[in-house]
Ligand binder design. Structure first.
Ligand SMILES: [Zn+2]
Ligand SMILES: [Zn+2]
Length: 323
């Protein structure tokens, strides 16, 4: 074997390497291509925290979720035992080892709270609970905190109620750093605030640090408040209106729920995806909407045998059109 032959073989092996490189690049491109429809979609669900808050991460993974919501404690008590720092650490470890970005995790506030309450004792307790919940988020390494703005109970004006809600948010922001308070749109049931986008905007207008306030749009609530998502182009129309009245950069998450109630019924009745009055078309539009890329899309549907969260997540992924 002369030097020339060795050289030839060397060249050949270099060629082979180049060829292999090309194959790898192709394979990588194929993978990216194949995943193109879903890679910026963060579809997930509200998961339980039974047995430890860190278990939420595993539950999300088991159902094929890429984002999740969770409660931060019992929904029955105003005063809860403090969050165990070692549990918080386990949660943070789980999130980082499974690659969950904190902006794709949306803790849901306690249903006991009414930060717009005209009753002084309820308002005070709500304000304290808001601080406690933001502190839990902070300990868990989370950036977002979603809650229902509040209700006037019909005894104060919407304006006064908005004032109280913003006051509670400002107070909590002073106590706890970083966490963004995310207002949820409501179905407009009774005297709740936040059925109309303009009411969410009114709260935001009164928040001092507007880099720490956002909105989570619940599709069921929007529909029952009168935003017609079932109409052709209804999703785009709703988002356009949101962009105009509130501002796109405030949109931090969506709750994906179909609605048992009719358009404008003001009833908060969630239904499984495609089984309610909103219908599958709106959800197809949502998962393919460029404005909603990187925005967590979180299910809060009742679920039924054979059509639980994991199947509904699969269905939503199947609606993503390849680009
Ligand atoms: Zn909610
Ligand atoms: Zn609801």
């Amino acid at each position: 074997m002369g030097p020339r032959k060795r050289g030839a073989r060397k060249r050949k092996s270099e060629d082979a390497l180049v060829e292999e490189d090309c194959k790898n690049t192709e394979r990588k491109a194929d993978e990216e291509e194949g995943d193109a429809g879903t890679r910026k979609k963060y579809i997930g669900a509200h998961v339980g925290i039974q047995g430890g808050i860190w278990k939420a991460v595993e539950s999300c993974l088991q159902m094929g979720g890429k984002s999740f919501a969770l409660f931060l404690g019992s929904q029955r008590s105003w005063k809860r035992p403090a969050l165990d720092p070692s549990a918080a650490e386990k949660f943070r470890d789980q999130c980082s080892s499974h690659g969950f970005d904190p902006t794709h995790i949306l803790p849901h506030g306690s249903y006991l709270m009414n930060c717009g309450s005209p009753k002084e004792d309820v308002f005070t307790k709500s304000q304290e609970l808001l601080v406690d919940e933001l502190n839990r988020c902070h300990m868990l390494g989370l950036k977002l905190y979603n809650f229902h703005p509040g209700s006037s109970l019909g005894t104060i004006t919407t304006e006064q109620c908005v004032e109280k809600i913003a006051g509670a948010i400002n107070h909590a922001h002073q106590q706890i750093p970083d966490v963004v308070t995310v207002l949820e749109n409501m179905s407009g049931q009774g005297s709740t605030v936040g059925g109309k986008f303009s009411e969410l905007r009114s709260v935001i207008d009164r928040v001092r640090d507007q880099s720490r306030v956002g909105v989570c749009l619940d599709t069921c609530h929007a529909f029952s408040a009168g935003y017609d998502l079932a109409a052709e182009g209804g999703v785009k129309a709703m988002l356009d209106q949101f962009d105009q009245e509130v501002g796109r950069h405030y949109l931090k998450a969506l709750h994906l729920n179909d609605s048992k109630g009719q358009l404008g019924c003001h009833l908060d009745r969630h239904e499984d995806i495609g089984k309610g009055n909103i219908g599958i078309r709106a959800f197809r539009d949502i998962v393919n909407e460029p404005r909603l890329e990187n925005v967590p899309l979180i299910l809060e549907t009742p679920g039924r045998p054979g059509f639980e969260y994991s199947e509904q997540i699969q269905l939503l992924h199947s609606l993503c059109e390849e680009k």
